[in-house]
Design a protein around this ligand. Structure first.
Ligand SMILES: [Zn+2]
Length: 302
């Protein structure tokens, strides 16, 4: 992205699964390709699942679990030889949509990712809210609120808990719910397509999902009272969410009238990487530099 926020190049590759060193190498190769021919100063912004723990300075909470417990930002600066800023991918998404996306000029923005996982990010007046644990906005491993008897204790989550919002609201969560009810294995987009054709079990799965999503978002509204909620991730393509969520969230909100404003992302699947580049527009205080740590390089062997 150039200084005018115009996208100059875009590549997508698969993440090498379960292999930290190969992940670093893949990012190094991708970066070399991206910056080829660019002669001006280059800075790298990276969005990742999880976040850097302020206590240990290592990655925590990544569902790509091979990243956890590594100093990923330091290892990338060493591997790339370029300045790197790194943040949670949902935070990058929320930042992108708050700066020049669906929530442009909004005071408080909650970006909710509904994809392989369920994450969230909060932007207030154009600044990311981080917090002393770097988990602000992480609603995906809270329990489903106002759970009914048949929703309790809920599916087992990879994090060790049961009934996390992620197990209900993410793409795999919706697919698993459909399988439990019908025995069919379908993706969320296939379920949505069948529902549009009048398939009743598929429509019922969408209805259960949107009701659960409304309860999850109402919890966020009661704490944060955001001006705009922007949905991201693969499920943000499901158009029924924007029609149904305001009506379903309203009754759960502790206010005398109104509901929540829920919008689709302006930048689609490019929003996270645009937000990662935007990390360089933020004050530097929340990003450590190699020199400050007295590190001289060498990839972590952890
Ligand atoms: Zn969980």
């Amino acid at each position: 992205m150039d200084s005018g926020a115009t996208e100059l190049a875009h590549y997508r590759i698969s993440t090498p699964s379960d292999d930290y060193a190969a992940t670093i190498a893949a990012i190094r190769n991708l970066t070399a390709k991206l910056i080829q021919g660019i002669t001006s100063e280059t800075k790298i912004g990276i969005g990742v699942p999880g976040s850097i723990s302020p206590a240990s300075r290592l990655i925590q909470n990544a569902n790509s679990r091979w990243l956890n417990d590594h100093p990923l930002d330091v290892d990338l600066e060493v591997a790339l030889g370029l300045p790197v800023r790194l943040a949670n991918d949902a935070n990058c998404f929320a930042l992108s949509e708050a700066i020049d996306g669906a929530a442009e000029k909004a005071h408080t923005v909650f970006g909710a990712i509904l994809g392989a996982g369920c994450g969230g990010g909060i932007v207030v007046d154009g600044r990311l809210l981080n917090g002393p644990r770097s988990i602000a906005g992480e609603w995906g491993h809270n329990p489903l609120p106002w759970a009914t008897a048949d929703e309790y204790p809920g599916p087992q989550c990879w994090c060790g808990r049961k009934g996390c919002l992620e197990t209900w609201l993410s793409g795999p969560g919706m697919a698993a719910d459909h399988t439990r009810t019908t025995g069919e294995t379908l993706t969320p987009l296939e379920i949505s397509a069948r529902a549009k054709q009048g398939n009743k079990p598929a429509r019922a799965t969408l209805t259960r999902h949107v009701h659960r999503l409304a309860r999850g978002l109402a919890h966020v509204v009661n704490i944060l009272d955001p001006d705009v909620i922007v949905l991201g991730g693969g499920l943000s393509q499901l158009s029924h969410l924007y029609e149904e969520l305001p009506l379903l969230i309203g009754p759960h909100i502790f206010a005398d009238r109104g509901s929540a404003v829920v919008k689709p992302p302006k930048w689609g699947s490019a929003s996270g990487v645009r937000g990662a580049a935007r990390l360089w527009d933020l004050p530097g205080a929340s990003f450590r530099r190699l020199g400050e740590l007295g590190l001289t390089g060498g990839m972590s062997s952890q």
